[in-house]
Write a protein that binds this ligand. Structure first.
Ligand code: AN7
Length: 359
């Protein structure tokens, strides 16, 4: 049989492991099934014998891992008769909420921090017709407002405090295990609210508990140094980082995240903005993979821990790249040192530009 069934999204694929019924109307954009890319050049540059894979979640329909959770959250919201969803967001959740609400034919309201979300994400929320409410405050303030307003208005919260979000997001761990035919030794993620690290751990545990694999990874969560409440041991009131997606000082999954760390024998650490941007650039230049700054935090931390030997040689490491680089074009352009060459539209000038710039 030369044809395979059309891929129709992660709820269809993992129906047996998700809280849906046979007759549930599925709201999907074909999310999931993202590439697990083995890095070729970076391990060699590090001079270390490690297998590093990146799970390129930026290739989901709205360009981030949020789609995995949003297909579940919106499917359940519609199933329960909701006509509107709401979220606070550093950008990616709002993009996913807006798109899946459009797909479902319901309304979406998104609260975003004034001036602190990447351009691509704002564009997405706007084009999908979300009601964009820009607050003069940060994500954490927005999150509190969303919780308060949902008590007084008929809206379903689709932040990761909605338990269906984590159910959808756990499927990323399923995909990784299926491709590697085992769990990795280490799984590194950027951490904001810590929903995604919690969801991944749920997925790995489920496959281990059900006998599909007999190992699990140590879960490693990296935060941006200016926004690292897990490192400070308490919430941070004024988080700051270039990685605006994880500019979160009051993580919503605080207790769950500590439990993941304990159960998986993992750890938390922090990366400076400089390390984050360097990792984003290295990945783009040396591997051809473009992720947004927050996403590069997983690789930045992994590189440091591989260099130091905390992640030993011989390990299989997965780094989740949570969002696409195109989300934040301003950062990409500002940290590219290669100039754009403007020349006359003649053969001679173009030829000169090439020859002068041959490596
Ligand atoms: C690219 O969109 O919280 O630790 O409001 O967009 O599960 O919060 C985004 C989070 C990592 C952190 N990488 O994940 C939002 C939002 C990217 C992100 C995270 C986010 P969690």
């Amino acid at each position: 049989m030369p044809f395979r069934p059309r891929y129709t999204g992660l709820i269809d694929k993992y129906r047996d492991r998700l809280p849906v019924h046979d007759d549930t109307r599925i709201i999907s954009l074909g999310e999931g099934n993202t590439p697990l890319i083995r890095l070729n050049n970076i391990p060699r540059l590090l001079g270390k014998e490690v297998d590093i894979y990146v799970k390129y979640e930026g290739l989901n329909p709205t360009g981030s891992f949020k789609d995995r959770g949003m297909t579940m959250a919106v499917t359940k919201a519609v199933d329960e008769g909701s006509r509107a969803i709401i979220c606070a967001s550093t950008g990616n959740t709002s993009a996913a909420a807006a798109a899946y609400a459009s797909r479902a034919g319901i309304a979406s309201f998104v609260l975003i921090p004034d001036g602190k979300i990447a351009l691509g994400k704002l564009a997405q929320a706007m084009i999908h017709g979300a009601v964009v409410i820009q607050i003069k405050g940060n994500f954490d303030a927005g999150m509190q407002l969303v919780k308060d307003v949902a008590l007084e208005a008929p809206v379903t919260i689709v932040n990761s405090i909605n338990p269906f979000r984590l159910q959808g997001q756990k499927t990323a761990a399923f995909e990784i295990v299926e491709e590697l035919e085992c769990a990795p030794d280490f799984h590194c993620l950027p951490v904001g609210n810590a929903g995604n690290i919690t969801a991944h751990w749920m997925g790995y545990r489920e496959y281990q508990d059900h006998g599909i694999v007999n190992n699990h990874p140590r879960m490693v969560g990296y935060q941006a140094a200016g926004s690292a409440p897990f490192m400070r041991g308490q919430p941070v009131d004024n988080p700051e980082t270039v990685a605006t997606a994880i500019r979160i000082g009051h993580p919503q999954s605080w207790d769950k995240a500590w439990k993941v760390r304990e159960e998986s024998n993992g750890w938390f650490d922090e990366c400076t903005d400089q390390e984050i941007l360097a990792a984003q650039k290295l990945l783009a230049l040396k591997e051809g993979v473009f992720c947004e700054p927050a996403s590069a935090t997983s690789l930045a931390g992994a590189i440091r821990d591989i260099k130091s030997g905390k992640i030993p040689e011989g390990s299989k490491v997965v780094c989740t790249l949570t969002g696409h680089g195109l989300k934040d074009p301003d950062i990409a352009i500002s940290q590219s040192t290669a100039p754009v060459h403007t020349v006359e539209a003649t053969l001679e000038s173009v030829k000169r530009a090439i020859l002068e710039n041959m490596a």
